[in-house]
Design a protein around this ligand. Structure first.
Ligand code: PLP
Length: 389
């Protein structure tokens, strides 16, 4: 389309500051723009395209479902959605899954489950949900309130009530907050993704889990960004000695088609009953068929490849000229650079590498199956751009 960028500005709500690239084609971790220029994809559509662009297995699963039917609503039984729930439950030892269409919706469901659990067991005044400062849980009104960053709230006040954010790492503050408020649950990200790829202290994570257990709170982990193999485990909570009552996921789950999941453990398995929650599209058979093809291939081999590639990234970037710090886990990486992140991101695009920003960091969340040579090439360009003096 001619003048695409101008037409986009004219007709599309101004919520996105797009990079000046029109994506025309992609295969694996290589993307081409309108002029045929090629880029190494280190962003994966923001941690979504787990197996890159046009992954054949995923495409076959999706097309073969499309050749049967595309949608039925949740009034009827369909196989892909059951197959996906079974797979998720068996791989995580959780109990049940509610499907939606995005990360924010997966968290909305988690919030409803936490509130209903507490209401049923302790009374309606036990509605507060504790989240962490600098977290990100989505942009719907409840998940915005759960997001512990005032910048996201300020023009949309009043935010939904019943959310309290505490300082990550400060277990005493959490203890006091629990003493002084009637709470339903705690929701955390193990690595604050949008917050700048900041991993929580493992000791703190285990302390939060213990406190939740002690106080009979619903302990939920937001795995929207960290999930589906991204950190080197199927779900990031598996790095720690914890077992959430709920975890939520989306992004990589569908491999590029929209699907969210709220995965429920034993404690909350029966909290929802017919009519208490729902979604027209949730568990859509095409998205679910694609997701089955993704989740069934996240095995030990893929996860150990993720860790090997992660090591390459950390070894290459840590301590290099112009690089102040490298944080994250697996293939979810934040780089603090001496040049501003914005500048680095733009220069990377010019030199043929698509990277992302998260707060003041350059963020890398490439397809998990990115080739080692593509990864090394992207890293050498990033090194060259970040170098100072
Ligand atoms: C941790 C986390 N939770 C929730 C969301 C919201 O997901 P979605 O944009 O699919 O609603 C995101 C998106 O970046 C996220 O990183």
């Amino acid at each position: 389309m001619e003048n695409l960028k101008e037409l986009d500005k004219t007709y599309i709500a101004n919520t996105y500051a797009r990079f000046p690239v029109e994506i025309k084609y992609g295969e694996g971790s290589i993307i081409s723009d309108e002029d045929g220029k090629q880029y190494i994809d280190m962003g994966g559509g923001i941690a979504v395209n787990i197996f890159g662009m046009q992954d054949k297995v995923w495409k076959n699963a999706v097309v073969s479902q499309l050749n049967k039917f595309q949608h039925t609503s949740n009034l009827y039984y369909t196989e892909p959605c059951v197959a996906l729930a079974k797979l998720l439950v068996e791989k995580t030892e959780m109990k049940k899954v509610f499907f939606s269409n995005s990360g924010a919706e997966a968290n909305e469901c988690a919030i409803k489950v936490m509130r209903k659990y507490a209401q049923d067991k302790k009374g309606p005044e036990y509605y507060n949900i504790i989240t962490l400062k600098n977290s990100f849980h989505g942009r719907t009104l409840a998940t915005l309130a759960a997001t512990g960053q005032e910048d996201y709230h300020k023009e949309f006040l009043p935010v939904t009530q019943g959310f309290i954010s505490v300082t990550p790492g400060d277990i005493v503050e959490l203890e006091n907050t629990l003493k002084n408020n009637k709470c339903a649950g705690i929701l955390i990200e193990t690595i604050q993704g949008e917050g700048g790829v900041i991993p929580l202290d493992p000791v703190y994570i285990e302390q939060v889990y213990a406190l939740a257990k002690e106080n009979d709170l619903v302990f939920a982990v937001d795995e929207v960004q960290t999930g589906n193999g991204r950190t080197g485990k199927l779900y990031s909570y598996m790095h720690y000695d914890i077992k959430p009552d709920i975890f939520t996921t989306a992004k990589g789950l569908g491999g590029g088609l929209p699907i969210g999941a709220t995965v429920l453990g034993e404690k909350v398995e029966f909290v929802l009953s017919a009519g208490k929650h729902g979604s027209t599209f949730g568990g859509n058979p095409v998205c679910a068929a694609g997701a089955v093809s993704i989740i069934s291939r996240i095995d030990e081999k893929l996860l150990s490849d993720v860790m090997q590639k992660s090591e390459i990234v950390f070894d290459t970037l840590s301590g290099a000229s112009g690089i102040k710090s490298v944080t994250g886990k697996g293939l979810m990486i934040g780089i603090e650079t001496e040049k501003g992140a914005e500048k680095v991101v733009n220069e990377c695009i010019e030199k043929g590498v698509l990277v992302l920003k998260a707060k003041n960091k350059v963020r890398l969340v490439p397809p998990l199956n990115i080739g080692i040579s593509e990864l090394k090439k992207a890293l050498s360009i990033i090194l060259e751009i970040c170098a100072v003096g």
